[in-house]
Design a protein around this ligand. Structure first.
Ligand code: ADP
Ligand code: ZN
Length: 215
């Protein structure tokens, strides 16, 4: 099953991916995580990418598609995957069609106000990418999955967040409409909580699989 998960910053894509990857046994691939991995190597490309990301801008399509294609060619992706953070522009959506065909698109619909509140408390594990919110129960300092100390991402500044939310509205939302017109979208109310969202997602995906006779 080849899936996309879409939604504004703070809608909970990463959190849902962590669960979906276990339930459906497919890898979750986040272009943001791929870029953070490249930055961590300290390479020339990494330095270039860091400047762009910290400003809340988009990495050029050419670089993004190359990084993604490389990841999708790995053997763990052959039975499917869930893409988080790609495509973000109509151009990327068209380029994706030249790479592979997507079965379903999960859209986490969230109110901007709620999204901003959530990103404010966001902590990320630099080791395993687990995401935690300090306003919710759990250890606020150390990763509940691997024990590494959480960090606040360098790009989670107010200025960068507002810019990314704006870019989402302008450039990414039109792609949701595009996929909707193709009948691919499972739309989720992401304002309630993560358990509710996961329930709705699995219900939608299981219905889809039932229709295929696979589940
Ligand atoms: P968020 O959803 O909070 O913006 P991500 O981890 O998905 O976080 O992405 C972090 C940054 O990585 C983005 O702000 C952008 O600079 C870059 N990025 C990620 N995916 C893409 C993409 N598909 N195209 C261009 N840039 C991307
Ligand atoms: Zn961790």
């Amino acid at each position: 099953m080849k899936l996309l998960i879409m939604g504004a910053q703070g809608s909970g894509k990463g959190t849902q991916c962590e669960e979906l990857t276990k339930i459906y046994n497919i890898p979750a691939i986040s272009t943001g995580d791929l870029f953070r991995g490249i930055i961590a190597t300290g390479s020339e490309l990494g330095k270039k990418v860091k400047t762009i990301i910290d400003a809340g801008a988009l990495v050029p399509d050419e670089t993004t598609v190359e990084v993604l294609k490389d990841r999708l060619s790995k053997s763990d992706c052959q039975n499917g995957f869930i893409l988080d953070g790609f495509p973000r522009t109509m151009e990327q959506a068209k380029l994706l069609e030249g790479i592979t065909q997507i079965d379903k698109v999960i859209y986490l619909n969230i109110e901007t106000k709620t999204a901003i509140e959530r990103i404010g408390g966001r902590r990320t594990c630099p080791n395993c990418s687990h995401i935690h919110n300090i306003n919710y129960p759990g250890d606020p300092e150390y990763c509940s999955v691997c024990g590494t100390k959480y960090v606040v991402r360098d790009d989670d500044t107010e200025e960068s967040i507002l810019k990314r939310l704006q870019t989402f509205k302008e450039k990414t939302l039109p792609i949701v409409d595009y996929y909707r017109s193709k009948g691919l979208v499972i739309e989720i109310n992401a304002n309630i909580n993560k358990e509710y969202a996961l329930n709705q997602i699995t219900e939608g995906l299981n219905n889809y699989l039932k229709g295929l006779g696979e589940y």
